[in-house]
Write a protein that binds this ligand. Structure first.
Ligand SMILES: Cc1ncc(C[n+]2csc(CCOP(=O)(O)OP(=O)(O)O)c2C)c(N)n1
Ligand code: SF4
Ligand code: SF4
Length: 1017
């Protein structure tokens, strides 16, 4: 592969040949452009229309379409935000009627719908109508469906295969990011050729992935031999609907099948000369099977010896029975590798029913009926490795595969600890939901869809939670409960995005049913959970109060941090305004009223507020809040009052105190509401900009010490701290270096401070296999968040013969830790004990990356780049520094800072620091042990001194009971700073005892007025 020095970010939407570095979501946007370029080249006068509703794994699709507007407009692609999935789908159905309009300005319009799986359920009626009515030969309609099989950020795990079949919509199942584009183009071509809607499954592992993709020429796609063309659009009523049904069954679905066959969408991809077993898989699972082959050492000769026929299914429905009989002819076994309920397996059984010499079909069960692949969750690489090993070891594998199977089954070190802190997603600092969702523990509360769903993780002060609905059903469960209970009142949390999507109808239903319910309408001015979009169809609060009155709502109270902003605002007479500090009283008042009442909590999403302040769209408060550590007693009252993640414990010379983490604080001042005199409001002066120093050393590219031709990196981090950015920088750098790369970001609810795992693979060969890292494949674990690495699901995938750990030892506390609950983060010694048996310990790097980032570039967000740089210097990233720096530059954010941070942690210096520390440790341990004192731990600080162009690490620090933990070796009595931090008394005596034993203070001193005098020589 050659180097690509002329790469630009816009390539993703402009390049027409070669390759592009594209994320799964961008691939969907690119698909719409490529279709238009293709139509233009063919001289067709067509346009495209895209509409849908965001939701993970398609959370950011709408924003990506908005961002790409300057490319889409000239190409004739029009994007329209949907009000909800059903109405967006209906609009897309409309595109297929354009050619019947007398004033039509195009010969055809391609319609694309997108939505997550629950959105598909919601839009099913519209899509079914559209599919029965049909599509136009120069139009076509494709549903892009986001499936979240393991429910990473959904209320339910999902798979759309069965629904597509029920809707009679042919469904494509891509296995790579590149196939999102090629299968998408096929989906349009099939829709045009067969007159049906088609579907493109976009599973989380593709939507959240990115890869360098080779572009293909779609003009080679083959239409079926005699394409059926529509002359009449079906009007669906009575007999005509039955005609449409007949047409769909008898003509259009067979045409779709013919298209699939002609284009070999389902195909044998490897054929042993004497095949006895078929392995059949589709989509990401097919890519996972290929990855599992790599892990098990299964190459082509091994497949040949085991008699394997490998079958890839690109079109999961409809399946051509004849084709399946041909695929499985002459075999004794067919192993269907698929997650979720048996779908392909049942269809294959159906296809083969009655055929002579039926092969045994394995899938959900083994040949003896014992369970093989579960019907729930999703299959990861390790799961597929296990089932393939089990099935294929019975098919005469070569010795090297037998050895690999034995290797992966060998017991290995697992994480040997029980109680470790767990990072859970939580409200951003200053989030309005953190206050608005408070409720007495005996108040019945309905959980709703949106960021406020996180109340489900919390046990206290969020009410007695009963019931949780799909998006838009909020509160209507109470209609089915209320007649059967003596409980009088229900509170329902409802986001504003959800209200405008469909939740407004739920309020109408509650009014009609006459139930006693208070809707807490959380008006944060954002569809925050999916990225902070402006809600489509939004009404401002004054109009909203009138709308609610019209619906029959009894009373509305608006709570806000700034009641004065309503002074001149005309509201409906049923509405009034109160300060948000009155929230508890307001809830009681509304609960006492019969019927439907609404509390509108008007407080902007803190994440959105931060973005707007950064852009200068809204003003930031002129004051900042600080805690005076001399006054603070570390009692945690402010944390209980605000439950805010920006309030961190801090170890000070005066004991454990609380500090506001200024860079993450969103300035909503909730924490100052407690009864604490430590808070100080400060008007910040103008501070000189932090001067980012020049790099003091000249760096050379280090020797690579990981598998250079095929490297897998797993990164663990905290949402919102730039983990995905590092992943994208690595992949872009790989592209610049002419290497193949792919990545997958498992983010879940990461934007709320939850855990993120990003996997990147860099190779010298084309990567068509699943990007997710698996056991036995991880070369480097880059622990931006140490707690992420100490999670069993991550730690247990590390291997002592392969993985190097580069860890940031500065951890951000979890919510539980801030609330002074649950286990503490293990100290450095314990971390070493836990990690080293799992890794190539001699190469591990442990670094206080956060401290370095704050000290060097003045920004905690640069910590990831510091750690990444340390991994690079340690030889764990097989890329050139020049490519990485160029990728940082192309990324365009904080370029100078990030390049400095990347280059800062040179390993030579880390090695020097480590060597010095070990020498100091040896010396001090011996010195204290000789005088009957155990040195438990100590802290020393290093600095750099500059000599011309070079710098040297130096150590100059005090060693005293203030910087060490010193225990009497016989009694374990503490002789250090813990005496005053924990109020153990006898501070002076203990310190003096240490000095006396060391022989540096021979006489007991005289104590005068709190100070010490004496012979300290
Ligand atoms: C039918 C359906 N479509 C989309 C989603 C994805 N989704 C989950 S939360 C959410 C945003 C809700 O926004 P809002 O109600 O404003 O609450 P916020 O996140 O702002 O608190 C969306 C669109 C879904 N769960 N169901
Ligand atoms: S994104 Fe906004 S609404 Fe969601 S948790 Fe953060 S501040 Fe709250
Ligand atoms: S002001 Fe206090 S409660 Fe608000 S975000 Fe900052 S630390 Fe958190």
């Amino acid at each position: 592969m050659s180097k690509n020095s002329d790469v630009a970010l816009d390539d993703v939407f402009t390049a027409t040949t070669g390759s592009v570095f594209v994320s799964g979501i961008q691939a969907l946007v690119r698909l719409t452009l490529e279709q238009m370029w293709l139509d233009e080249a063919r001289g067709l006068k067509t346009a495209s229309f895209v509409s849908g509703y965001p939701g993970s794994p398609l959370g950011g699709v709408d924003m990506e379409f908005d961002r790409a507007k300057r490319f889409l407009d000239p190409a004739g692609v029009r994007f329209q935000h949907g009000l909800n999935e059903e109405l967006a789908a209906t609009a897309v159905v409309g595109t297929q009627f354009v050619d019947q309009l007398p004033g039509a300005t195009y010969d055809g319009v391609v319609g694309y719908w997108f939505g997550k799986n629950p959105g598909l359920d919601r839009a099913a009626d519209a899509l079914r109508h559209g599919n029965y009515a049909g599509t136009t030969p120069l139009g076509g309609a494709v549903a892009m469906i986001g499936d979240d099989p393991s429910s990473k950020s959904s209320t339910l795990p999902s798979s759309s295969a069965e629904m597509c079949e029920s809707l009679m919509i042919p469904a494509f199942n891509p296995s790579t990011v590149g196939e999102l584009i090629t299968y998408g183009l096929h989906a349009v071509a099939m829709s045009r050729a067969a007159g049906v809607f088609t579907a493109l499954r976009v599973v989380t592992d593709l939507a959240d992935a990115a890869a360098v993709v080779d572009l293909v020429d779609p003009s080679t796609f083959i239409a079926p031999p005699d394409p059926y063309r529509f002359t009449l659009r079906h009007v669906l009523l009575g007999n005509r609907a039955v005609e449409a049904e007949q047409d769909l069954f008898e003509h259009r679905i067979p045409l779709a099948m013919a298209y699939g066959k002609a284009n070999r969408l389902n195909a044998v991809t490897f054929e042993a000369s004497r095949a006895t077993i078929a392995l059949l898989a589709s989509g990401v699972t097919y890519a996972t099977v290929l990855r599992a082959f790599e892990i098990l050492g299964i190459d082509q000769p091994a497949l040949e010896q085991m008699g394997v026929r490998l079958i890839k299914i690109g079109l999961i429905w409809p399946l051509d029975h004849e084709e399946f009989r041909a695929f499985t002819a002459g075999l004794s076994q067919v192993f269907v590798v698929e997650d979720k309920r048996p779908f392909l397996e049942l269809h294959i059984r159906d296809a083969l029913y009655g055929a002579p010499n039926l092969p045994v079909i394995l899938g959900k069960n083994d040949e003896d009926g014992s369970p093989l692949i579960p019907s729930w969750g999703s299959m990861d690489v390790d799961g597929v490795v296990a089932v393939l090993a089990k099935v294929l070891e019975r098919h005469n594998p070569p010795q090297y595969v037998v050895d690999e199977i034995a290797r992966i089954r060998r017991p290995k070190h697992r994480l040997s600890v029980t109680a470790l802190p767990v990072r859970q997603p939580y409200f951003c600092s200053g989030c309005p939901h953190n206050r608005s969702t408070r409720a007495d523990d005996d108040q019945l509360v309905g959980v709703g869809i949106g960021c406020h769903v996180m109340v489900a993780f919390q046990d206290e002060h969020r009410g007695h939670k009963v019931g949780m609905t799909q998006m838009g059903g909020e509160g209507t469960q109470w209609i089915g409960m209320a007649p059967f209970t003596s409980d009088a009142h229900y509170v329902q949390n409802l986001g504003d995005g959800t209200f405008f999507h469909s939740g407004s109808l739920a309020i109408r239903a509650a009014v009609v049913a006459g139930v006693n319910v208070t809707y807490k309408l959380l008006y944060n001015r954002a569809v925050a959970m999916t990225g902070g979009q402006q809600p489509t169809g939004v009404l401002e609060i004054p109009q909203l109060t009138s709308w609610l009155a019209l619906e029959g709502v009894q009373q509305v109270i608006i709570t806000t941090p700034e009641p004065a902003t309503y002074n001149d605002v005309v509201l409906h007479p049923i509405a009034s305004v109160r300060h948000r500090d009155d929230l508890a009283d307001v809830q009681d008042e509304l609960a006492a009223l019969p019927g439907v009442t609404v509390l509108i909590h008007d407080d902007r999403c803190a994440a959105e507020e931060r973005r707007l302040r950064r852009r200068g769209t809204i003003a930031a408060p002129t004051t900042r809040l600080h805690i005076n550590e001399r006054v603070c007693e570390g009692c945690g009252d402010c944390q209980r009052v605000s439950t805010c993640l920006s309030l961190e414990p801090v170890d000070t010379p005066y004991g454990d105190k609380t500090r506001i983490h200024q860079s993450s604080c969103n300035l909503d001042f909730s924490c100052a509401n407690g009864d604490c005199p430590s808070f100080v409001r400060v008007i910040p002066g103008t501070k000189a900009d932090h001067v980012v120093p020049d790099l003091p050393v000249t760096l050379v590219d280090p020797s690579v010490i990981v598998n250079e031709t095929d490297t897998t990196i797993r990164m663990t981090g905290v949402g919102g701290t730039g983990v995905v950015t590092v992943s994208r920088i690595i992949q872009m750098a790989a592209r610049l270096d002419g290497r193949a790369a792919s990545g997958l970001d498992q983010t879940g609810l990461a934007q709320k401070g939850g855990p993120v795992i990003s996997d990147v693979r860099i190779a010298d060969h084309e990567l068509s296999t699943a990007p997710k890292a698996s056991e036995h494949m991880i070369d480097l674990v880059l622990g931006f968040d140490l707690l992420g690495v100490l999670t069993p699901s991550v730690a247990d995938k590390l291997t002592s013969d392969r993985t190097i750990a580069v860890l940031n030892m500065d951890t951000t506390p979890t919510h539980d830790q801030l609330m002074r609950k649950g286990p503490a983060t293990p100290n450095a010694t314990h971390v070493h004990e836990l990690i080293e048996p799992l890794t190539r310990a001699e190469h591990n790097v442990y670094l206080n990356a956060l401290d370095i980032a704050e000290a060097v570039v003045g920004d905690h967000l640069a910590a990831n780049l510091v750690l990444f740089g340390a991994a690079f210097q340690a030889g764990c990233i097989p890329l050139s520094a020049a490519a990485i720096e160029r990728a940082i530059t192309l990324n365009g954010t904080a370029v100078a800072t990030n390049i400095t941070a990347f280059n800062w942690a040179a390993t030579q210096e880390i090695d020097d620091i480590l060597a010095m520390t070990l020498r100091v440790n040896d010396f001090l341990t011996g010195m204290f042990s000789a005088v009957g004192i155990t040195l438990v731990d100590f802290k020393i600080e290093f600095g750099r001194i500059y000599e011309g162009d070079f710098s040297r690490v130096i150590l100059a620090d005090e060693i005293s009971p203030d910087s060490c933990r010193l225990w009497d070796s016989t009694t374990n009595e503490k002789l250090d700073k813990d005496r005053f931090r924990r109020d153990l008394g006898n501070v002076i005596e203990s310190y003096t005892e240490v000095a006396r034993r060391l022989g540096i203070m021979k006489e007991m001193p005289t104590v005068i007025q709190g100070g010490i005098t004496g012979d300290a020589s």
